[in-house]
Design a protein around this ligand. Structure first.
Ligand code: C2E
Ligand code: MG
Ligand code: MG
Length: 323
């Protein structure tokens, strides 16, 4: 814990310790080491500089994670992944301006699994790279199919979520370009959603990636705004087009007068920087009215539609069929 002098700088180092034990009868070192390793990673996850002991709860978690990773590998091969789509609506005239593609895993035993339960494992294992490429391809292909049929009110864009790991991938710009060429989708019909934390990992490299994507002609959105670092400088620094206000802020609308203040400020800030604003997780008419009053551009949420499979989206917007 004592700082180390490196030239003129002082370097602070923390140690994370994982402890595992085993009975005297077990002579194999590998499982013991891997348990200690898992405990150490847990200690690191808690911020480092701490000690963690491998116990029963961790064993269950590690096994569960390994199982998920194993079956996630197969999910890709066995085509168990699905995309659901949720419309994004123009607050002025209630028309869908696009759809967000949201990943689901049609698990053979567990049924439909939501992304929060498997995306973290996909990210840790690196599987998010092939999965993300599949999502991009499928979403662009689906929008292209809709465009050919000209139905479902989908002259708009498809929004695809990129994970931090994908933003770090040196191939990401090439992957997006390749998907656009393969599917024949115009770059302006693709919006990529990136969270604040993905930009903060390595801001300099993220900036390069975002510029590369922007040069392809795609639209860039910052997702879950307000839940992460909310650094105002990067709103200006990164070539962003859309800001998505997180649901937690929308939830506060109409509850207390202060509830509107943050959203009002964020909308003004975004507009001043030339960004358009989407409010996420809009569930009530009252929230929508308040968002309209505050000058928010677009909204998305259960009030309009839950995320649904592609074929159901057409039913959700019957007035647009054949438009
Ligand atoms: P997100 O991108 O912020 O997506 C919005 C989430 O809010 C979705 O959850 C959506 O179903 C949910 N939502 C929308 N409207 C409402 C509402 O009115 N009320 C409530 N309670 N919830 C609403 P979902 O589909 O479970 O996705 C969760 C997160 O998983 C996404 O958050 C996104 O960060 C991630 N995700 C989803 N699909 C992908 C993907 O293809 N790739 C990556 N990397 N991440 C994905
Ligand atoms: Mg999103
Ligand atoms: Mg979001």
């Amino acid at each position: 814990s004592v700082p180390i002098a490196a030239g003129t700088a002082e370097v602070f180092i923390t140690a994370s310790i994982g402890i595992a034990s085993t009975s005297a009868r077990v002579t194999e070192a590998t499982p013991l080491l891997s348990n200690a390793d898992a405990a150490m990673y847990q200690a690191k996850k808690r911020g480092g500089g701490s000690v963690e002991v491998f116990g029963e709860a961790m064993r269950v978690r590690v096994l569960d994670r390994m199982n998920t990773e194993h079956s996630l590998h197969r999910a890709l091969e066995r085509s168990e992944l699905r995309l659901f789509y949720q419309p994004v609506v123009d607050i002025k005239d209630s028309r869908a301006i696009g759809v967000e593609a949201l990943l689901r895993w049609d698990h053979p035993e567990q049924g439909l699994v939501t992304p929060n339960r498997f995306i973290p494992v996909a990210e840790e294992s690196g599987l998010i790279i092939p999965i993300g490429a599949w999502v991009l391809h499928e979403a662009c292909h689906q929008l292209r199919r809709w465009q050919m049929k000209r139905c479902g009110g989908l002259q708009g864009a498809v929004e695809v979520n990129l994970s931090a790991r994908q933003v770090d991938d040196p191939e990401i710009v090439a992957t997006v370009e390749c998907v656009l060429t393969e599917t024949g989708l115009s770059p302006s019909d693709l919006t990529l959603e990136i969270t604040e934390s993905a930009l903060m990992n390595d801001a300099a490299s993220a900036l390069g990636v975002l510029r590369g994507l922007k040069d392809l002609g795609v639209t860039l959105a910052i997702d879950d705004f307000g839940t992460g670092y909310s650094s105002l400088s990067y709103l200006q620094r990164f070539p962003l087009d859309i800001l998505k206000i997180d649901k937690t802020f929308v939830d506060e609308l109409g509850v207390a007068p202060e509830g509107s203040k943050i959203i009002a400020a964020v909308i003004n800030l975004a507009h001043a920087l030339g960004l358009q604003v989407i409010a996420e997780g809009v569930e009530s008419e009252r929230q929508l009215q308040e968002l309209e009053r505050l000058g928010c551009d677009f909204a998305q949420g259960y009030l309009f539609s839950r995320p649904v499979p592609a074929h159901e989206l057409v039913d959700a917007f019957p007035e647009r069929i054949g438009a």
